[in-house]
Write a protein that binds this ligand. Structure first.
Ligand SMILES: Nc1ncnc2c1ncn2[C@@H]1O[C@H](COP(=O)(O)OP(=O)(O)OP(=O)(O)O)[C@@H](O)[C@H]1O
Ligand SMILES: [Mg+2]
Length: 247
């Protein structure tokens, strides 16, 4: 029987302030998916993905990982589902790039030699090997984002979630991140990416989900759904900016 990698069942979360976070979200992520979660500011993207590894608890509904409720073993869910936050600074805590990347495996009490080996190979994969002794605070924005990804990759997650990964990145950094996402996807990681700029990833995505007002409004093939984007406040990547201005 097919079991989805991740499944949300009727997730609803309202904030104490009365703000609706998300409403009745039913979403399935398969092992080979690259899901783009698109929607304008405040539509509920971050609120939704924070439920995927239990950073937020739903008012109703549940999240299943490989068919199991994540609440049964949150440590396992957080190992299998890595999350790269919108602001990498919130994720970086150690004094060196090496220690930052080793933090997760050390908490799992992995063998020291095994940790050193996997940290070095992960840093090299992300072109951070030469920066291993640097203080993370001194890295550029693009390097910090790669370091945040390193700290997640070293845990060997099945699903990697990127929250607005292109924010504050210049064009070469966007391209290098897109290439990295493609490599990660091709090497067997499922990916969920929130963004209000779908252009860099529309050709990589297997599925696009459009959110508005806390709900999933559209779901399907990314290129076919592109014309719907503008009605939900997201730029259609196939509309030239000059034409969008005239709309
Ligand atoms: N901790 C909180 N307390 C109260 N309201 C919140 C909280 N977090 C989010 N919200 C509200 O929930 C709604 C959804 O916010 P969310 O951060 O999920 O949006 P988003 O789609 O990620 O937006 P953006 O594109 O700006 O990142 C917004 O109205 C927001 O103000
Ligand atoms: Mg957000």
């Amino acid at each position: 029987m097919y079991t989805a990698l991740l499944k949300t069942e009727h997730l609803t979360h309202a904030f104490g302030s009365g703000d609706t976070g998300i409403l009745d979200i039913c979403l399935t992520v398969s092992r080979d998916d690259f899901v783009v979660l698109a929607g304008k500011n405040g539509c509920g993207k971050t609120t939704l993905i924070r439920h995927f590894n239990g950073l937020l608890m739903p008012d109703t509904g549940r999240v299943l990982l490989n068919g199991q409720d994540i609440q049964k073993d949150l440590t396992f869910a957080r190992k299998k589902i890595g999350m790269v936050f919108q602001d990498p600074d919130t994720q970086l805590i150690a004094d060196t790039v090496f220690d930052e990347t080793a933090f997760g495996p050390e908490n799992l009490n992995m063998d020291r030699e095994e940790i050193n080996e996997s940290v070095l190979s992960t840093l090299n994969l992300l072109d951070l090997g030469h920066l291993q002794d640097r203080n993370p605070a001194t890295l550029s924005g693009g390097e910090k984002r790669r370091l945040a990804i390193a700290g997640i990759l070293v845990m060997e997650p099945e699903l990697i979630i990127f929250d607005e990964p292109f924010a504050n990145l210049d064009y070469p950094s966007v391209l290098s991140l897109v290439r990295l996402c493609r490599t990660l996807h091709q090497s067997g990681h499922a990916i969920v990416m929130t963004t209000h700029d779908v252009a860099p990833v529309i050709w990589l995505a297997t599925k696009m989900v459009i959110m508005d007002k806390g709900r999933i409004q559209e779901e399907g093939d990314p290129v076919s759904l592109a014309p719907c984007l503008e009605s939900y406040g997201v730029k259609n990547p196939f509309t030239p900016m000059a034409q969008a201005w005239a709309l």
